[in-house]
Design a protein around this ligand. Sequence first.
Ligand code: SAH
Length: 256
Amino acid sequence: MIYFIGAGPGDPELLTVKGVRLLKEADLVIYAGSLVNPELLKYTSADCEIYNSAAMDLSEMVQIMVEGERSGKKVVRLHTGDPAIYGAIQEQMWKLEQVGIEYQVVPGVSSFSGATAALKRELTIPGKVQTVILTRLEGRTPVAERENLASLASHQSSLVIFLSVGLIEQVVRELSTAYPLNTPVAVVYKATWPEEQIIRGTLENICQLVTEAEIRRTALILVGDFLRSERTEESMLYASHFTHGFKQGCSDQVTD
Ligand code: SAH
């Protein structure tokens, strides 16, 4: 069995309990050295084989996993954040299916959750915004024209942009066609790591602030009114006039 494990955003305590157990039991670990905090490897046993996938291509990675599994080892593939978001795990899973090897996926805390925790903000604000868009600009990986930032911005939802801080000028240019220039923007660098940095600004000044802070990678760009500090409507869930199934003690499903 091969386990794809979400390593979380950086803080070694943000790995799931299941992830820690599997790392302790692992005979072989491949981790994405460019983003996974090497501190997490402290959970592995002294005789665990450890490989950094940073310089490997897909077939090398899969070969190590397959050979390990076939020789009876417990294999862990450690991916940053949650592996289902820009994790490039789909192609690895397909390759394993082709050769008939079983695998499981253990979710992780995505960096966007790490960033919103650092910002102490809720992405969904009653009466204001109830939709979150996770996206990126095109880089080496193409992004379809229908997903361009300007059209996503037209929804005025809470926006989290991965893999794009190096192209912040382009991000701002595209967003400015849909959002007012005073829309709040936060850039969170290395959320939950000791070197975490938070830059707060607006569409108007964020480029300059990010350039001054020399942030070029490993950061998220968060955009939208959810970042504003003024108080807004309270959630219906805890409103005193709003009784739902559990509060009344009956077995009706809670819908909100
Ligand atoms: N699967 C990961 C994302 C991998 S893509 C997840 O769920 O978080 C890599 C991108 O994620 C980086 O370019 C950056 O935009 C973001 N990222 C990963 N870790 C981060 C962190 N600790 N703080 C801020 N952004 C991070």
